[in-house]
Design a binder for this molecule. Structure first.
Ligand code: MIG
Length: 762
């Protein structure tokens, strides 16, 4: 239990209240009326946040805030300091506990002041036996330098933590934040994956709040697993740097979290389309054949991506001419057919005399140093012995960025960052490995969880500056705030039904953590997919913002045409469905710039009072208007669908169905249950083979018989001219009779106009 002794004094300065205890100190800072930071300087006097950068902080502070500070005492006679805004009240007490109250004066998050009692007690000898047998026995370490244990309600739900496995409601799980590349089949009790996002949402009956523990060191969450009464966050090092986030509901908590750490920037339109990939397209011929087959079979596609095979001996920023021809040649050839080149880049840089990356990096001291700081640190990845760029330094990011520019000069349209946990074949990087956070020398202990973050930042900033287009960077590892720089995918899943099912909570959770552009490997990366699994997977993923089929070398190939005509037809149908709704997805991304709310979201985000949604794992919503209920179980031909209160319309036949209940939906293999909420107006496009194939001349507004309103955004889909007003903003109103009224809230003559805007009543 935390005990800093009695409060000695406190001082309010601007937004900050510095509290001096007998045995420690704490700063409470009011950022907005809905965000209060509690900072205990255990490791450093300043925050050293990687998630909240200077621009982010300015944006937050520009919101202004109002609060009062007063002294009081607790029921048990302890001295306390109360900091009260219009929305929250933080109460700092003798001993160092901090409680939070909402605007109605309800205690919503009290510090747990008892002793933690682990539920599992495995004796040392038992542990040895179990481990000898091959079992992993995790230590329950309670005594960590950074610790925050908070009471929660018996029935509270918990959401968040990024890409972690497990159900949507993370209650009763335990997790670790330590970015991990583990190729075995990710299962429900995995404690860590590739990303570390220490952001949680707690939802009780009468309150919802967020907890963001901004700390990049190895962190641990016990989410009411060891004890139903509390949740515990601990870390090996760093500060206790808690942002308590109010707002009253999930949407505003997510909005506040993205206000703090940034939103996913508006992407280029094409990036939201379909992508094909495989580790093992090992020549120009492979890529060309796959690309052509998509056109031939009339399945829309934007890119056939280049995995590590395209490099010369896995040396980053090189090109394997033997198998892929002259650099840029294939790009040009496929560009004529509408394909955009997307290439993978790993951080591990081959150690080899004469190789330019090695020479430049070594000469300038751009790589991580060993624990003694006597020489560059060496481990092994795909190219063999490799060094790790010290991405925390601006100079190193700039250097890396110049090579990224060489790629974009060659024609590369998007970059995919892999292995940036970072992965290492010869055991993990020791925590003492030396690197930097900007100019400050530090160790991997602090940097590990932000390695991918800084790499993504290096890549994004270079692409943005150099190409003047909105970059697509796809990263595997990330931290809070990386959403400003990159889209994410969930790494190496497998062709398993359980992994298809897991996609829904995983992507919904990433969305609740600010990652509005995210996806999983459709069909499954490892192991061998089956016709039925692939069909159900493309259906289930058809509204994903990162929409890519990818598979591993060594597994069976995963292009849809290898699974027979039925699968090809299903595949085409759902890729086309995705493109039909592309303007709606893009509109949601436009909205997301302002609200931070994701495209794909769990039902609980939209229907927070409906307990049937609290842990609904096999349905999701796209914005507020579309409900998707994919079949994610083998052999299932009837889907149990929960429709929240209100009226819904089945997309395929327009039948009206009243909600607030479960329905059974016949779901043959080629059918994805999709329902449109009454009162929706949804912009849709005509068929296309890829974005850019033809002008968007016709927009069809899909509306329910009630009519309704929609805002529709259109820009050139590529660059930043929209920031100078080069966009059209349509306000549509469809009457009950199906009559359309159009108002332009913004209009630019540089943006092409629709020749026809039609209304289609469901
Ligand atoms: O050690 O580049 O998650 O998407 O195809 C495997 C090869 C390295 C892991 C990525 C996967 C990619 C693969 N990579």
């Amino acid at each position: 239990m935390r005990d800093y002794g009695k409060i000695k004094n406190y001082k309010a300065e601007g937004r900050k209240i510095a509290v001096e205890f007998e045995k420690g100190r704490m700063e409470v800072t009011v950022l907005t009326d809905e965000i209060i930071n509690v900072f205990v300087p255990i490791w450093s006097d300043d925050h050293r946040s990687k998630a909240i950068e200077r621009d982010d902080l300015e944006r937050v502070l520009s919101k202004g805030c109002n609060f009062d500070t007063s002294e009081g005492s607790t029921k048990d006679g302890r001295r306390s300091i109360e900091i009260k805004t219009s929305c929250l009240k933080a109460v700092v007490k003798d001993g160092g506990s901090v409680d939070f109250y909402d605007a109605a004066g309800r205690l919503i998050s009290a510090q747990f002041e008892g002793e933690r009692v682990p539920i599992k007690t495995v004796g040392i000898w038992e542990k040895e036996l179990l481990e000898a047998e091959g079992h992993t026995v995790a230590d329950t370490v309670l005594d960590k330098p950074v610790s925050d244990v908070r009471c929660i309600g018996k029935n509270d739900s918990l959401y968040g933590l990024g890409d972690k496995m497990g159900l949507l409601d993370k209650r009763s799980y335990e997790y670790e934040n330590w970015n991990t590349d583990d190729p075995s089949a990710h299962n429900e009790q995995y404690r860590s994956l590739y990303k570390s996002i220490p952001f949680l949402i707690c939802k009780g009956k009468e309150y919802t709040y967020g907890l963001f523990y901004d700390n990049t060191f190895h962190g641990y969450f016990d989410l009411a697993k060891e004890n139903a009464e509390y949740i515990a966050y601990t870390a090996d090092d760093g500060n206790l740097d808690l942002y308590f986030i109010g707002g009253g509901n999930i949407k505003s908590v997510v909005g506040n979290y993205t206000l703090l750490t940034g939103v996913t920037p508006l992407p280029q339109l094409w990036t939201l389309g379909y992508h094909q990939c495989r580790w093992g397209y090992s020549s120009a011929k492979d890529i060309r054949e796959v690309a052509e087959k998509f056109r031939e079979l009339d399945i829309p596609c934007e890119s056939v991506q280049y995995d590590i095979d395209y490099m010369d001996g896995y040396r980053v920023f090189t090109w394997n001419e033997k198998d892929y021809g002259k650099p840029g040649e294939l790009f040009k050839e496929l560009k004529a057919k509408g394909f955009k080149p997307v290439v993978i880049i790993d951080p591990g840089t081959k150690r080899e005399e004469g190789y330019f990356m090695y020479e430049e990096g070594t000469k300038n001291g751009y790589f991580f140093r060993n624990a003694e700081d006597t020489e560059d640190y060496v481990n092994e990845v795909w190219p063999g012995e490799a060094n790790y760029p010290d991405f925390g330094r601006e100079e190193v990011r700039y250097w890396w960025g110049k090579h990224v520019n060489d790629l974009t000069d060659m024609g590369v349209a998007a970059i995919w960052n892999d292995m940036n946990e970072p992965a290492s074949f010869k055991g993990p990087l020791p925590e003492e490995v030396v690197g930097h956070d900007e100019d400050r020398k530090t160790t991997h202990r602090e940097l590990h969880n932000v390695y991918g973050h800084f790499m993504a930042k290096a890549t994004y900033e270079a692409m943005k500056e150099h190409t003047k287009k909105r970059p697509l960077v796809i990263t595997r590892a990330s931290y809070s705030g990386t959403q400003k720089y990159a889209a994410v995918w969930t790494g190496d899943n497998q062709s398993l039904w359980s992994h298809l099912a897991m996609m829904i909570p995983q992507l919904c959770t990433l969305g609740m953590c600010g990652y509005s552009i995210c996806g999983v490997d459709i069909g499954g990366f490892g192991a061998d997919t089956t016709p039925e699994l692939l069909a159900r997977w493309i259906e289930a993923a058809s509204f994903a913002t990162f929409f890519r089929n990818h598979s591993a070398n060594g597994s069976i190939r995963q292009e849809p045409w290898l699974f027979g005509d039925e699968v090809v037809d299903i595949y085409r149908k759902y890729v086309k469905l995705h493109y039909r709704f592309l303007p709606y997805i893009y509109d949601l991304m436009y909205e997301e710039q302002k609200t931070g709310l994701p495209v794909m979201r769990p039902l609980v985000m939209n229907y927070e009072d409906d307990e049937n949604t609290f842990n609904l794992n096999d349905e999701y919503m796209v914005g507020d208007s579309i409900l998707v209920a994919p079949v994610v179980a083998a052999g299932e031909r009837v889907k149990k669908v929960y429709l929240p209160k209100g009226d819904w319309y089945r997309l395929t036949d327009g039948e009206k169905i009243s909600g607030g209940r479960y329905i059974l939906e016949e779901a043959p293999l080629d059918y994805l249950p999709v329902f449109i909420k009454a009162g929706s107006v949804i912009p849709t496009y005509e068929d296309m083979a890829y974005v850019g194939e033809k002008e968007f001349k016709k927009l069809t507004l899909l509306a329910t018989p009630e009519g309704g309103k929609a805002t529709h955004y259109r820009d050139n889909g590529e660059d930043y001219s929209y920031l100078d007003g080069e966009y059209d903003l349509y306000e549509f109103e469809v009457s009950k009779e199906g009559k359309l009224k159009v108002n332009m809230a913004n209009s630019s003559e540089r943006i092409a106009k629709y020749e026809e805007i039609a209304v289609s009543i469901l």
